[in-house]
Design a protein around this ligand. Structure first.
Ligand SMILES: *Cc1c(COP(=O)(O)O)cnc(C)c1O
Length: 397
């Protein structure tokens, strides 16, 4: 997954352009910037690659989710349905807007289970936020249908899945808004950065203004611009955008390398009858950033993790025991451990989480191992890794 592995002369050249002019900000300073508009160029490149009308760069993936929810009108007391398996950023963004994260079970796609989503809808539900975890794809057709029926917004968190497609269109470009992350460990990196994608002109305008203190970006005098509504600062810098610009041009190459490595590992693990693989919804093609598979039960999976560790196989994740990606360890959320008071609405909304069990999610996450696919492996390294993994897993079955 990590684009940082292939950081090189292309990235350095783009950054050097910015350093040469000294204009590190994406807005204004037209005369001094030698016609370098790295953030704008990256937005245009993303629009083309993601087959979407608008892309708004922001300072992080978390910022992208926050902006996407804000422009979708999610606010005080609204409920947002999201999965038990995601990164903490998903609920952080919801809480930032004064809304209530409603966690629901996942299925063998490692994304939202459709029946669980339907059961979680209440009159307060405002949006559904599928997370395309580990390069996979949520049940987008069914989710679009549900959103249409119940008049809900669909916000895709595609932070881990840039390059994956569904029905020929990149994930992140299907919902009312989609979110990308360009943090240091994602498929494409800016160092820190993110983007909001949308096909709606209104949402795009609101994202543009909201992520820059409400600036309407009209005219050439920044100080004289007006502010049609309240905003925040979620701007990306030109330096970060410059890195991302070089990286995103290499996206197809990165995905091709990932697919090659992924296929060697998957073919090897397919020889073990007890191993099954994460489901990708029909019509979808993952981005091959992780190889995700299931073992028969929790104990075997824990034993396999130990065996992989002993065999020196790094980059394997058993999210069941992970602090950041799975509901079991989110005590800070369940206990509403904040530095400042939260609204009564949020506190009573989160009460529901206390002591709640997610048997179906446990069933899948408990048996799941996800292996990060690296870009920098040589062919020999991938083959050696594949045989070591097979040996380690077989040793515990
Ligand atoms: C990385 C990530 C984010 C947040 O992105 P940052 O750029 O690190 O803020 C959000 N959601 C998911 C699923 C992620 O993996």
């Amino acid at each position: 997954m990590p684009g940082f592995e292939l950081f090189g002369s292309a990235e350095q050249k783009e950054v050097q352009d910015v350093l040469d002019s000294g204009i590190l900000m994406r807005y204004g300073f037209d005369a001094m910037r030698n016609n370098h508009w790295k953030a704008k160029e990256l937005e245009t490149e993303l629009q083309t690659q993601m087959q979407v009308k608008h892309a708004q760069l922001v300072s992080s993936g978390t910022a992208a989710v926050s902006v996407a929810l804000a422009i979708a009108g999610v606010g005080a007391g609204d409920e947002v349905i999201l999965p038990t398996f995601t990164f903490v950023a998903s609920f952080e963004a919801v809480l930032m807007l004064g809304a209530i994260p409603v966690l629901v079970d996942i299925d063998d796609t490692l994304t939202l289970d459709i029946d669980a989503v339907k059961a979680a809808i209440t009159p307060k539900t405002k949006a559904i936020m599928p997370v395309h975890m580990c390069g996979g794809i949520a049940h987008l057709s069914a989710l679009k249908e549900i959103c249409k029926t119940h008049n809900l917004k669909l916000i895709e968190d595609a932070c881990q899945a840039i390059g994956a497609t569904y029905q020929g269109i990149p994930v992140g470009a299907h919902g009312d808004a989609g979110c990308l992350s360009f943090d240091f460990v994602k498929t494409i990196t800016c160092g820190e950065g993110g983007a909001v994608l949308t096909n709606s002109d209104d949402l795009a305008t609101w994202a543009d203004h909201y992520s820059d203190h409400g600036h309407d970006h009209l005219g050439t005098d920044r100080g004289a611009e007006s502010h049609p509504f309240l905003g925040y600062n979620f701007r990306i810098s030109e330096l970060h955008a410059a890195v991302g610009l070089a990286q995103v041009r290499r996206l197809n190459d990165f995905i091709t390398i990932q697919k090659k490595h992924f296929t060697v590992l998957k073919d090897a693990l397919s020889t073990i009858p007890e191993v099954t693989f994460r489901t990708i919804p029909e019509g979808g093609e993952e981005n091959y950033s992780f190889l995700s598979f299931f073992l028969p039960d929790l104990e075997t999976t824990r034993a396999a993790m130990n065996a992989l560790k002993e065999a020196g196989i790094d980059g394997s994740f058993h999210y069941y025991d992970n602090n950041w990606h799975y509901v079991r360890r989110w005590e800070h959320l369940k206990g509403v451990k904040t530095l400042y008071p939260m609204s009564q609405q949020i506190q009573s909304g989160l009460k529901e989480l206390e002591g709640k069990t997610f048997t179906q999610s446990d069933h899948f996450i408990g048996r799941n191992i996800s292996c990060l696919i690296k870009l920098s492996w040589t062919e020999d390294e991938v083959k050696l890794r594949a045989s070591k993994m097979v040996e380690a897993i077989k040793s515990v079955l």
